[in-house]
Design a binder for this molecule. Structure first.
Ligand code: BTN
Length: 334
């Protein structure tokens, strides 16, 4: 099943809104048809579609329809309902199944009016991780890409994974009351196991960022074994899920909180308040102050992680010198 919806294809959204505004009672098919200017057949067809998308709608002869519960899917109109952001999520694309939200967002980049657009999928068949790794993306996770066109210098590109990881950690603390940690450059962990990863694809023009696609993979409600089976053999740190299979935490509400935090931090970068962000990141870091082993593009190095600089680079004290690293995988030394 490959279903796609956008936040500007508003037929289903209008039916949902009407049903939600009649929560206390039934609304007749005739009234829906009159209010929305649809035929009775179109009303019925849309109700059927909404039920197939997981909305619980009671239908009673002579009374009409009543929304009992909303869907658990992160459909565009559910994500935008009450979302307190100005830029991020202005347009929302949703796919039931896609190869990679990142690839789709990259295609959007050349179009106008897409700054802040987000692409969400319930499942990815070819999710991409950092350093050309596979990213296993079963149902239950939040697989998301955000397209941004910031007017920044190239050196600031590496700030974005950091910023995104920090926003995610804050949303997890606020909404789920958990204590996540940040592992440089871009992992969010819980008890040292990965719960989210971030991938940034950037296009650069004359030393300025032309656009950025920030891909975020959140193991929201997944079976860790599904993921670890798929990455067997490759180097990995272990994965876990943010909420248990039976938990009724709403992924849409969580996603909204994350997007709001991210926009708040993004505005701080625009206002050049980098110090505050760096401090907040370091406070949650499981890397800084530790003896680490880092696999870099040129090989393995060991040293002590002493901090990050204003561009998000990791500062490692090694053999009496401070080295500045922009990419790599960090392992704690035992
Ligand atoms: C990592 O390797 O830690 C980064 C993983 C990023 C995965 C996300 S899921 C949504 C987006 N689409 C992709 O294909 N990848 C990113």
């Amino acid at each position: 099943m490959r279903q796609a919806f956008t936040s500007f294809d508003d037929t289903l959204e209008r039916v949902v809104r009407l049903l939600k505004s009649h929560k206390s009672g039934y609304i007749s098919g005739e009234e829906i048809s009159r209010s929305l200017g649809f035929s009775r057949a179109a009303v019925w067809k849309n109700i059927k579609k909404l039920k197939s998308l997981g909305y619980k709608i009671s239908s009673r002869q002579n009374l009409g329809y009543k929304m009992i519960a909303k869907t658990g899917l992160m459909l565009p109109w559910e994500v935008s309902d009450g979302l307190q952001t100005e830029t991020i999520g202005r347009k929302i694309y949703y796919f039931d199944t896609i190869d990679s939200t990142q690839n789709f967002a990259l295609k959007l980049a050349s179009r106008p009016y897409e700054n802040g657009s987000i692409v969400i999928a319930s499942r990815q068949t070819h999710g991409r991780g950092r350093q050309d790794r596979r990213w296993i993306s079963p149902r239950g996770g939040i697989w998301l890409s955000i397209l941004l066109k910031p007017n920044f210098e190239v050196s600031q590109t590496s700030l974005f994974p950091m910023l995104t990881a920090l926003a995610l950690a804050i949303a997890i603390e606020k909404k789920l009351k958990l204590k996540p940690e940040l592992r440089w450059p871009n992992d969010v962990t819980l008890n040292n196991k990965k719960i989210a990863g971030i991938l940034v694809d950037a296009s650069i023009e004359s030393n300025k960022i032309d656009y950025l696609v920030i891909g975020i993979g959140i193991n929201f409600r997944i079976k860790p074994s599904t993921i670890s089976k798929g990455i067997k053999g490759s180097k990995n740190y272990g994965v876990t899920t943010l909420v248990g299979e039976k938990s009724n935490e709403d992924s849409t509400v969580f996603l909204q909180s994350f997007l709001e935090e991210l926009e708040r931090l993004y505005n701080n970068v625009i206002a050049n308040n980098l110090h505050g962000i760096k401090k907040e990141w370091e406070k949650r870091s499981s890397t800084i102050g530790k003896n680490v082993k880092i696999s870099t593009t040129t090989g393995m190095m060991t040293g002590k992680a002493v901090g990050i600089d204003d561009d998000g680079a990791l500062l490692v004290s090694s053999k009496g010198k401070i080295q500045r690293l922009l990419v790599g995988d960090v392992y704690l030394q035992s």
